[in-house]
Design a protein around this ligand. Structure first.
Ligand code: KIV
Length: 274
């Protein structure tokens, strides 16, 4: 009997093939077992344990505070839930910027301790040796260009990136470097749709998938923050976001109904009692 077991989750080979065939790739964030199971069963291709967990799960106003240990803790639950989708984890701020060695060590921790399938890293040329090294040791890397939230203090906000030609040229150059360094995909966040289409055309010969958020519909795939698209953050409605449900209101109504049932002693009733 072989001790070699293989999960049936989507692999980088499949994601590259989807990009080659222009089959749309769907990615959503997931941070816990219960919601990850639903997203996986619904058929998403990739579950991203984003460092947006810092905002969504922990209530911070930036992604910067979340740590490697916290990302690993969250990812373990998502990995237990994922039977079909690939699980990609964000390398949080501070886990790869200090040195190439530190970045590689933290990427190895992510893989070994969480069971994820790949890591995501923000940045281009500045971080290229680390990305190349992580790819070379067999850990698939998803890049992330455009609005990279870990640089929000430098950007001065979460506005559209690469509006000016110089930044657009750098982004195109960075995207190609990432593909050459072995990245199987690159997230393009909040950039003009025409630029995202140009990057996608540039990366397709490398079998490297582009996954957009606020980047128009010419990328190979799309990603959204799950809680945002489910309408759990009622007030958050930037131009690029579509609410596919309004669960925030539904949850509040359900909780109000529960409180009323408790207060009126309607809950639990006889059938709900032993
Ligand atoms: O952390 C995150 O959720 C992300 C996506 C928005 C791409 O990086």
């Amino acid at each position: 009997m072989s001790v070699h077991t293989q999960n049936s989750r989507i692999t980088t080979t499949r994601i590259r093939q989807m990009a080659d065939n222009n089959e749309p790739i769907s990615m959503l964030t997931s941070y816990d077992f219960t919601l990850a199971r639903l997203v996986d069963e619904a058929g998403a291709d990739i579950l991203l344990v984003g460092d947006s967990a810092s905002n969504v799960v922990c209530g911070n106003d930036k992604t910067l505070p979340i740590t490697v240990d916290e990302m690993i803790f969250l990812t373990k639950g998502v990995v237990r839930a994922a039977k079909h989708a690939m699980v990609v984890v964000d390398m949080p701020f501070g886990s790869y910027q200090i040195s190439e060695e530190d970045g590689v060590r933290n990427a190895i921790r992510m893989i070994k301790e969480s069971g994820c399938d790949a890591v995501k890293i923000e940045g281009g040329e500045e971080i290229l040796p680390t990305i190349r090294h992580i790819n070379q040791i067999g850990i698939p890397v998803m890049g992330h260009l455009g609005l990279t939230p870990q640089s929000v203090n430098q950007f001065g906000g979460y506005g559209l990136r690469a509006k000016e030609q110089a930044e657009a040229d750098k982004l195109l150059h960075d995207a190609e470097l990432l593909a050459q360094a072995g990245c199987f995909s690159v997230v393009l966040e909040k950039i003009p749709a025409a630029l995202a289409a140009e990057v996608t055309a540039r990366l397709t010969p490398y079998h490297c998938a582009t996954i957009g958020i606020g980047a128009g519909n010419q990328t190979h795939g799309q990603v959204l923050v799950l809680h945002d698209m489910l309408g759990l953050n009622e007030g958050f409605q930037p131009k690029f976001l579509r609410h596919f449900a309004e669960l925030g209101g539904e949850i509040k109504t359900a909780v109000q109904d529960y409180i009323a049932a408790v207060q009126s002693r309607d809950f639990p009733n006889e059938k709900e009692s032993y």
